[in-house]
Design a protein around this ligand. Structure first.
Ligand code: FAD
Length: 290
């Protein structure tokens, strides 16, 4: 089923969608254990699960589509396949789209991908809106796109970034998933600006439960999310107490989610980092809200 239909159906019930993000593990050992993780995540009944896509490497022979197939066929949950385009040509992207059609996978998160100086860029696509437009010509897919409540790091400014986001939606993106953030007010301000700019598609709020210190430093360096004072206090207080940081980080994320749901967001997208225990604790806490 197309994700847009699922979002619409939940909206009619006055509820947000709940989705998870996972990544294909790089190490062979972890990949062997992924079935156990998938089983636990799918048992939590998310509305859909998105699977990240690495930049570079073989586009067709990748684990993203394999995991999507498992999620759909073995566990009956709808998958969204991420697809990046900076390092791939139309032919390679076209081959993946054919593969998806053959497998009956209807949902794609169309991304530009990060610029990696070590991987040569192909020149068929410069921005995600071009990939969205291309996918539209290749089949009847649901297309999601990424958005940035605190502005994409390469954008000139927030206004430019939102105008560019509008181009992605005008090209055919049906739904947006936000970058992670720790300050809900930043998301609410961004959401309002998108509506002023004429962007009307549903926007899911990206929440990353931070349960260890290494994770936070890495993520903030990569995506530039601001850390509210309240959150920094937790990190400082519990940085050397693994168990306490786990509980406090999880509680912070759950608090964010409860506030977002109370403010009628379209959906919550949990960056699970393949951690089914974290996803399970979140679901236990919000089961009656979704
Ligand atoms: P774009 O929408 O193309 O935007 C990139 C920059 O270009 C922005 O600054 C924007 O303002 C500007 N821009 C956009 N369109 C135009 C235009 N037409 N003219 C001029 N400027 C323009 N990365 C991965 O490698 N694999 C993944 O699986 C993955 N999953 C992600 C999932 C989510 C929900 C998010 C938020 C990010 C994900 N990323 C992933 C990271 C993403 O690839 C990077 O953030 C990347 O730098 C931007 O991708 P984008 O699709 O948002 O790019």
């Amino acid at each position: 089923m197309k994700v847009s239909k699922i979002v619409q159906a939940k909206k009619k019930e006055g509820k947000p969608v709940l989705s998870f993000e996972i990544f294909p593990p790089k190490k062979e050992e972890a990949l062997k254990n992924i079935d156990a993780t998938l089983e636990k995540l799918c048992d939590l009944h998310p509305d859909f699960i998105s699977i990240t896509f690495g930049a570079g490497g073989s586009a067709v022979d990748n684990q993203t589509v394999e995991l999507a197939k498992k999620i759909k066929n073995n566990y009956g949950v709808e998958p969204i396949v991420h697809l990046t385009c900076l390092h791939y040509g139309k032919e390679e992207i076209g081959m993946i789209l054919s593969q998806l059609k053959e497998e009956g996978i209807e949902n794609i998160l169309a991304l530009r991908g990060d610029i990696n100086p070590n991987i040569p860029v192909k020149n068929d696509f410069k921005y995600a809106d071009e990939l969205v437009a291309y996918i539209k010509t290749q089949g009847d897919f649901h297309i999601s796109g990424a958005c940035y409540p605190e502005t994409h790091l390469e954008a000139k400014n927030a206004i430019d970034d939102i105008h560019n986001l509008k181009k992605k939606v005008d090209a055919g993106a049906d739904h947006l998933v936000s970058q992670l953030f720790f300050d809900n007010d930043a998301f609410y301000r961004f959401y309002e600006k998108t509506r002023i700019a004429g962007i009307t598609v549903p926007i899911e709020a990206g929440i990353m439960p931070v349960t260890n210190r290494a994770q936070i430093e890495r993520m903030v360096n990569i995506c530039g999310a601001t850390l509210p004072a309240k959150f920094e206090k937790i990190l400082h207080k519990y940085e050397y107490n693994k168990e306490a940081l786990f509980d406090a980080g999880l509680a912070y994320a759950i608090n964010q989610i409860v506030d977002l749901i109370a403010n009628d967001v379209d959906g919550i997208h949990v960056y699970t980092m393949n951690n089914s225990k974290v996803a399970g604790r979140i679901c236990d806490s919000i089961r009656n809200l979704i």
